[in-house]
Structures are given as structure tokens and as C-alpha cells.
Design a protein around this ligand. Structure first.
Ligand code: DQA
Length: 152
């Protein structure tokens, strides 16, 4: 049997606070709940899912660089770095992997400074506003892309 494609799910700063952080905006689930759901959903899709979170831009960049060798696709919620980090955008470009950007909230319905994401320029697709379900939708999109070679 072919090996399950490997997807790296990255979460950026302050997402370790999910559950207690602005629950009306980001929901009441903790990051561990979301990561468990990603592992379980990935399994049903034939994907092997790794999840990592960091508050540090450099750490996220190191993981993205490493993913080029170790993983087949990326899901990222860059959190606040979405709106500021050219360095994360450059790392994602260099990794050249299928990429879905996720935001729990609908960033376009929020403050103007959240409307622009550098990561969106280099992502294959963006999912925002569906809460934690967005991560599972991102895995669905990548499973289609990786398992069937279909464009999504
Ligand atoms: C977020 C939206 C960002 O604007 C914010 O800085 C976050 C979380 C989201 O998931 O909705 O930290 O990426």
C-alpha cells in the first residue's frame, strides 16, 4: 500500500491560547481539541497529519523550511503574522508545497488591518470564518489534491 501523504498543520502566535482567548471570536475549543480533530479527520482521508504551534516567527520559518523535505503539503494559520510577515511568505514560496491558509474568524469582516494577508498571495486556497472546521476543510482540499491529483 502506498504511504499516506504527510501534511504539516502549523499554528502561529497566540493560538496556544484558544479556548480562553476571545472565545466569542475564536470559539471555545482548545488547540489540543483542534489538533486531535485534525489527526482523526486526516486518518479518514488517508493523510498522516503532524501539528505544531509556535509564538515565534523564526521557529515557524524553520518548520516551513524543513517541511520541503519531510512533508507533502502544508496547512497554516499564521495568526497575527498573516498580516505582517514577508519572511513567512518567502519561506512558504521556497517550500513550494501545496498550501491552504486557515483562519478561524472571517478576517474580512473584522478590522481593516486584518483584511490583507501576505500568506494569501502564495496559498493555493484560503478558508476563513468557519471556526475550527476550517482546518478539516483544508485537509479535505489537500486530500483531493494529493490523492487524486485533481486541481481543487
Ligand atoms: C486569526 C486571525 C488573525 O487576524 C489573528 O491575528 C489571529 C487569529 C484567525 O484564526 O482568525 O491570531 O488568524
Amino acid at each position: 500500500m502506498a504511504k499516506a501523504p504527510k501534511v504539516l498543520v502549523l499554528n502561529g502566535p497566540n493560538l496556544n491560547m484558544l479556548g480562553t482567548r476571545e472565545p466569542d471570536v475564536y470559539g471555545r475549543e482548545g488547540l489540543a481539541d483542534i489538533e486531535n480533530a485534525c489527526h482523526a479527520h486526516g486518518k479518514t482521508l488517508g493523510l498522516s497529519v503532524d501539528c505544531r504551534q509556535s509564538n515565534s516567527e523564526g521557529q515557524l520559518i524553520d518548520w516551513i523550511q524543513g517541511a520541503r523535505e519531510s512533508h507533502d503539503a502544508l496547512v497554516i494559520n499564521p495568526a497575527g503574522y498573516s498580516h505582517s510577515s514577508i519572511a513567512i511568505m518567502d519561506a512558504l514560496l521556497a517550500a513550494a508545497l501545496p498550501l491552504v491558509e486557515v483562519h478561524l474568524s472571517n478576517i474580512h469582516r473584522r478590522e481593516a488591518f486584518r483584511h490583507h494577508s501576505y500568506v494569501s498571495r502564495v496559498a493555493d486556497g484560503v478558508i476563513c470564518g468557519f471556526g475550527s472546521r476550517g482546518y478539516l476543510m483544508a485537509l479535505d482540499a489537500l486530500a483531493l489534491r494529493l490523492n487524486t491529483q485533481q486541481e481543487t
